[in-house]
Each structure stands twice: as structure tokens, then as C-alpha cells.
Design a protein. Structure first.
Length: 191
């Protein structure tokens, strides 16, 4: 039951983008098309899950025993950067079209504060490895869900008759705010 609560809370209640406002850059930048959003969601999920495992192990078996837990942020950023490089190489080889579509946003996963935030939250919430992986995967799914929903809305907005002063960034930010409010409605489900 505890794992189900972690999953529901990470996807809906504490959605990393729409409730905690982490990872806004790729959320706004990549959410133009559903296909691109799905690719970014997959890449971020892969990076978050692997980063969660590696950072958990580093924290508990290297940083804490050596008494250098204060190096956590720097070590975690280096791990995330290495994992993103790995994803970039794999995508370039397996899916050049998706690699091109993600463009500059793929290396920006390294600086996506959602990835670092999940790694730090797993340690801060004192999760064990399995709980941390479940939390990381669910958070990544929540990120992907928000990204794909926003992409679907933006595809529809491209076809809509939006007033001239609201076209582009203003309507995107307004839509993101309304979507965030909708997700915050889930806050009463899990505490």
C-alpha cells in the first residue's frame, strides 16, 4: 500500500512540474508536439531512474561512510551529466530523428532540476533503494504526463483562433498555470 501512495503522490499530488515547479524549461520548450514530448519523457524517465539508483548507492556507500555527504550536490550533478551523455549517445545511434527533434533540450536534461531534485528528495525522505526507485519512476511518469498533456493542448491551441496579444508564450504560460491548478486539485487525495 505504501508504494501505491508513493506512486499516486509523485504522479498527481506532488507532480514535479505542476506542483513543485521543477523542470519548467523542458516542459515549456519541448511540449510543442506529442511525439517529441513522448521522446523527452522517455529520456527523462531513463535518466531519473538510473540517477536515483546510482546516487542512492553513492550516498549510502561512499559519501556517508567517508563523511563527505556535503559533496552530495556536486557528485549528483556529475552522475546526472554522465547519464545524460549516455542517453544522448544511445539516442543518436538508435533514433536520429528523435535526437534531432529534442535538439538542445536533450543536453539540458543535465541541468533539469527535476532530475537533481528527485535524487536529493530520495535521500531527504529517507527512502530505501526500492522506494527510491519507485518514487523516481513515478516522478518521471508524472513529468511525462504533464509534458504530454501540455503538448496535446498546445497542438490544439495551434489550430484555435487565439487573440493576437495572447499568441505564443502568453497562451502557453496561461495554459500551464491552469494545468497546474488542475493538478493541485489532487492534493486532497493523498497527504
Amino acid at each position: 500500500m505504501e508504494y501505491i501512495l508513493i506512486i499516486i503522490a509523485a504522479i498527481f499530488v506532488n507532480n514535479v512540474v505542476l506542483a513543485q515547479f521543477l523542470g519548467i524549461c523542458p516542459f515549456i520548450g519541448v511540449s510543442n508536439k506529442i511525439e517529441t514530448s513522448m521522446g523527452m519523457a522517455g529520456a527523462v524517465t531513463f535518466v531519473i531512474v538510473l540517477a536515483t539508483i546510482v546516487t542512492f548507492l553513492l550516498q549510502h556507500y561512499v559519501l556517508n561512510p567517508l563523511g563527505i555527504a556535503y559533496m552530495q550536490t556536486i557528485v549528483f550533478i556529475l552522475v546526472i551529466a554522465a547519464l545524460v551523455q549516455m542517453v544522448e549517445i544511445i539516442l543518436k545511434k538508435l533514433s536520429p530523428v528523435l535526437y534531432q527533434a529534442l535538439g538542445i533540450f536533450l543536453p539540458l536534461i543535465t541541468t533539469n532540476c527535476a532530475v537533481l531534485g528527485v535524487a536529493i528528495l530520495v535521500i531527504k525522505k529517507n527512502y530505501n533503494l526500492l522506494e527510491g526507485v519507485v518514487f523516481g519512476a513515478a516522478t518521471a511518469i508524472g513529468f511525462g504526463l504533464a509534458l504530454i498533456i501540455m503538448a496535446g493542448i498546445r497542438e490544439q491551441l495551434a489550430l484555435a483562433n487565439v487573440p493576437k496579444g495572447m499568441r505564443g508564450v502568453p497562451i502557453v504560460l496561461l495554459t500551464a498555470g491552469i494545468l497546474a491548478l488542475a493538478f493541485m486539485g489532487f492534493a486532497g487525495i493523498v497527504k
